[in-house]
Design a binder for this molecule. Structure first.
Ligand code: ZN
Length: 432
């Protein structure tokens, strides 16, 4: 009952900026959650008793054998965009482990503490913590104790601190991921019990090079893992003056080149197939800017035509590539359904680097760890699922259902967001 009262406080924000009809919907949903939490709790206890003697790690789902240790995420009403991102992030080991190793809020504060000292700077609200709910969700996955976890408390924090995601409409998974990472970063910068995590992180590992790639102030696990730096080079076409600017990034949004946009099927006979390399090349190629994007040249002292080029100045540990599948045409947001071929192993990023000679032989190679896929035609509709590799095996995460799959199936997916992890130099290689 105590929890429910906390949830009802959310009514304040629902009334303020969403349609009144939604309030009723939210109330009904909360009521359902309350009921289901109660019954599923009893159900879980009973199930645990039934299963305790079996201790089986395998479960039959849809006729195929699935590892029971994989945990699905319940859909709370078009929340597959969130589930697909959470499952992907949960399989990025370095990132996930950091959160799982954080002590729980109760432990951080001590049971007698009157109020939480675990501040959330970004929200200015001591009652909600995105980091804590994110931690709890990650801990619930891969436990083997249940087949599906209901991420409602995380979802309510999301509602509270990310107004764009309120309601039960379908949302954009990429947009959600950006908000989630930005908010985690901000909250982690706020520190724990007066000790800044970012300071600990910086002292414990050699992250001096990442200082430059902070999206906002001090480095956190978010920028240390996903942060890279782009060099943006602009050349005035009239006087030739070059200007350079460093842009930190957490992911790269790549266009599917226009010549591939109308291709709908993986058909080899109708010309070359679009590859991830085509998308990366079009992102880093020299581009002549439109008349509508004139650049203010300091030498000419006026707006001039120019060219633009991106170089990667620093590659991140985890390279997140977002394929721009949604495009605005007049009033409609259309989806580009082109299949884009991507490597599961050994994506070589060396040719996009500003100073490739400064990187080791293997530090530019990346292996795929997760893919988010959007099924359906529109951004406001459709369904998101994710493929992710866990201990050498590929899984398909479709909300509460998790199935074992194979590399061939993953390779055929029409990827929306790809997560690549930097390949570690082989142990012993440094000694030579
Ligand atoms: Zn100029």
């Amino acid at each position: 009952i105590k929890n429910i009262q906390t949830y009802y406080r959310c009514d304040d924000f629902v009334v303020n900026d969403t349609k009144l009809g939604l309030v009723q919907k939210v109330r009904e949903h909360l009521q359902n959650l309350e009921n289901s939490a109660f019954t599923s709790d009893r159900h879980r206890k009973r199930k645990l008793l039934e299963n305790s003697s079996l201790n089986s790690k395998l479960l039959k789902v849809n006729g195929s054998t699935t590892a029971l240790c994989a945990t699905g995420l319940r859909n709370l009403g078009n929340t597959c965009f969130m589930n697909a991102i959470l499952q992907s992030l949960s399989n990025i080991q370095q990132f996930c482990c950091y959160f799982k190793e954080l002590p729980a809020v109760e432990l951080r504060n001590g049971k007698t503490a009157g109020r939480r000292t675990y501040h959330t700077r970004s929200q200015g609200d001591n009652n909600v913590s995105l980091v804590e709910e994110f931690r709890k969700t990650l801990c619930a996955l891969w436990q083997g104790s249940q087949t599906a976890f209901s991420p409602e408390s995380l979802f309510y924090v999301v509602w509270k601190i990310m107004p764009n995601f309120r309601g039960y409409q379908q949302q954009d998974a990429h947009e959600f991921m950006r908000y989630l990472l930005d908010h985690l970063h901000l909250e982690l910068q706020g520190g724990f019990n007066g000790v800044s995590r970012s300071v600990i992180l910086q002292e414990s590992s050699n992250l001096s090079a990442s200082n430059k790639c902070c999206i906002n102030g001090a480095s956190t696990v978010v920028t240390a893992i996903f942060g890279g730096i782009l060099q943006n080079e602009v050349n005035c076409l009239i006087c030739g003056t070059e200007s350079r600017k460093f842009d930190p990034f957490l992911d790269l949004s790549l266009d599917i080149p226009s010549q591939f946009r109308n291709k709908r099927t993986k058909n080899q006979e109708s010309g070359p197939m679009c590859t991830l390399r085509d998308c990366l090349r079009s992102f880093t190629d020299l581009e002549e800017l439109d008349e509508t994007e004139l650049y203010m040249c300091h030498k000419c002292k006026k707006k001039q035509k120019s060219t633009k080029k991106f170089w990667i100045q620093k590659l991140p540990k985890v390279l997140c590539l977002h394929l721009k599948r949604f495009h605005w045409t007049a009033y409609l947001r259309n989806k580009v359904d082109t299949y884009v071929e991507f490597p599961l192993r050994g994506l070589d990023m060396k040719c996009y680097l500003l100073e490739p000679e400064n990187s080791g032989p293997e530090s530019c190679l990346y292996d795929l760890v997760a893919v988010v896929v959007h099924h359906g035609s529109g951004v406001g509709s459709g369904h998101y699922t994710a493929y992710a590799a866990h201990e050498g095996r590929w899984f398909h995460f479709n909300d509460s259902t998790v199935t074992l799959t194979d590399e061939e199936t993953v390779g055929k997916a029409k990827a929306y967001i790809l997560f690549y992890v930097e390949r570690q130099a082989k142990p012993g290689a440094e000694k030579l």
